[in-house]
Design a binder for this molecule. Structure first.
Ligand code: 5CA
Ligand code: ZN
Length: 420
């Protein structure tokens, strides 16, 4: 399906550093060993409700990853899926009395509009499960051939015992795995399974549910295998970075990796697993199922500047959980005003230290708060000096504006013609 438009990306002087990032599977921050082309996969939305700020924070993480990688001279191939058929989507459509396809279409359109407003770099391939059923059936068939699948009353399950590295993504102990499995769409208590953790690969047709033909009978894909199959088709058997919110580490990324590794015969599935910490509201993780949400579209409808929403998110490190509060927007607007005023000056302090610092901060595990502090310091110095500083550089405002645009994705507005 169609993604959303690619925003402008100014070219900056010089080149950025290699990315160091917290890799969940490795258990620490490390410099990624990347080739000229980096293959990135981020798990996309289940389109049954509008984009909340938690989703936006997660997609901002992979936007920053791409900006840092591109600035360091890499080409990025980026794929994102859409879980456009799954239990929560079907349940919501039934509850609201609308067709599940119409619900998905409406929410995907809204997501695209939100991503465009926030200037999130789009994927090269934006792929819905419905359009990828053939790829998914191929992967499930291979898992069946490899003896890694079995049937429980017609539903196909993957045997985690077939995956030697199962557990190496999230590093949970067995009791934690069971809890997390039950909380995230698994069915550890279902009788007839070989291991309570075995995930569903193919769900046999139920009355009133959408289904597709397959060699294992009509039905629909299980959740985890959609990402393994889509990633393999568009990026190959081994990818560089698998991303998503930290709620996806287990069981989703663990199981997607296990499916891919057994089907492809290549380990590991992803060289690094980058997870975004969850955003809360009213003391709980923002979630569609709980309903404690603040939507990007609602903020925009109330007249919020999308650049200010982006700044409000950038104020947080992607590995630290945080809570959205009403104070976030006024603070971001105030910062945005300061930055806009500073880049509108005819000259300002040398741009090189701030460019170097923003690059270094972002390459160091996407330290967005550190990058904001560097721009704050430059803007404060520029505004304090006004236009009369003897040390001032008349290229600085434009280059800082480009730095903030290219690396942080924040649009500070057009360059004012000289003399205005
Ligand atoms: N379609 C699946 C992935 S294949 C899914 O998890 N969809 S989702 O709509 O529930 O979430 C979309 C993305 O937003 C996921 O990466 C998820 O981890 C992330 N996410 C969900 N809630 C939050 C939150 N409160 N804070 C940060 N990220 C979140
Ligand atoms: Zn996924």
């Amino acid at each position: 399906m169609q993604a959303w438009p690619f925003p402008q990306l100014p070219k900056l002087p010089g080149q950025g550093r290699n990315l160091r990032v917290l890799d969940t599977a490795h258990g620490g921050v490390r410099t990624l060993d990347l080739g000229p082309t980096v293959r990135l996969y981020a798990c996309g939305i289940t389109p049954y409700d509008a984009t909340h700020l938690g989703h936006a924070f997660t997609y901002l993480t992979y936007d920053l990853v791409q900006r840092v990688l591109r600035d360091a001279g890499h080409e990025v191939r980026y794929v994102q899926n859409v879980t456009d058929v799954d239990d929560p989507l079907l349940e919501r459509a039934t509850r609201d009395g609308i067709d599940w396809r119409d619900l998905a279409r409406r929410e995907i359109d809204l997501f695209r509009a939100d991503m465009t407003a926030l200037r999130i770099l789009p994927p090269d391939h934006y792929v819905g499960v419905v359009e990828a059923v053939g790829l998914i059936v191929d992967m499930v068939s291979q898992l069946v051939e490899r003896g890694a699948a079995y049937s429980v009353d017609g539903d196909l399950y993957f045997s985690v015992a077939a995956a030697p590295d199962f557990g190496q993504v999230a590093h949970l102990d067995p009791a934690q795995m069971l809890v997390s499995c039950a909380e995230h769409g698994g069915d550890p208590g279902r009788p007839g399974k070989k291991d309570p953790l075995d995930p569903l690969l193919w769900r046999a047709e139920r009355p009133g549910e959408p289904s597709w033909p397959s060699p294992f009978g009509p039905g629909r894909p299980g959740w985890h295998v959609e990402c393994s199959a889509i990633a393999r088709h568009y990026l190959g058997a081994t990818i560089d970075i698998q991303g998503g919110g930290s709620d996806l580490a287990f069981p989703h990324h663990e199981c997607s990796a296990a499916h891919a590794e057994v089907a492809n015969g290549a380990r590991p599935f992803a060289r690094a697993y980058v997870h975004t910490a969850l955003v809360s509201l009213d003391g709980h993780k923002m979630s569609k199922s709980r309903g404690n949400l603040e939507f990007v579209s609602r903020l925009l409808a109330r007249g919020a500047d999308p650049a200010a929403i982006r700044l409000a998110l950038l104020q947080h490190h992607h590995t630290v959980e945080w809570e959205w509060t009403a104070a976030a927007m006024p603070a971001a607007v105030e910062r945005l005003d300061r930055w806009r005023a500073a880049v509108a000056l005819p000259s300002g302090p040398d741009f090189r230290p701030v460019l170097a610092e923003v690059r270094d901060r972002l390459a160091d595990d996407l330290d967005a708060p550190g990058a904001l502090a560097a721009v704050d310091a430059w803007a404060a110095a520029a505004l304090a000096a006004g236009s009369g500083s003897g040390e001032a550089d008349d290229q600085a405002p434009a280059t800082v504006r480009d730095t903030v645009d290219a690396l942080l994705g924040v649009d500070l507005g057009p360059v004012l013609p000289r003399g205005t």
